[in-house]
Design a binder for this molecule. Sequence first.
Ligand code: ZN
Length: 133
Amino acid sequence: MKILKIDHLGIAVNNIENGKKFWTDVLGLDFEGSETVAEQKVTTAFFPVGESEVELLESTAPDGPIAKYIEKRGEGLQHIAFRVENIEEALEELKEKGIRLIDEKPRKGAGGAKIAFLHPKSTSGILVELCER
Ligand code: ZN
């Protein structure tokens, strides 16, 4: 498995419009645009930082995964995403190493990326996303 870089940091927020002010007005990052991923019940907004990005995540429904996350733990860092060269190969390798996978097969994420999540039980508590673009 080859990890190329930290692709993005996923941050759960109640409201992207409010959350966005800190990243753009205060830190001066560019806002790259937002996208709704209907099947994940989430709207995402991207802010490039060097070779990586900050991704804000706002739930589009009260029963969506981000809404549930915020209900339990409040707003904040929700996942770290690593860009890999070949996501199928990476998942295969991690499975062989006994890592618990949330997604056995990649699904479609924002920006047409192939993404898959690893279970926090296998990663010292952080939700890890793999992505291939
Ligand atoms: Zn993500």
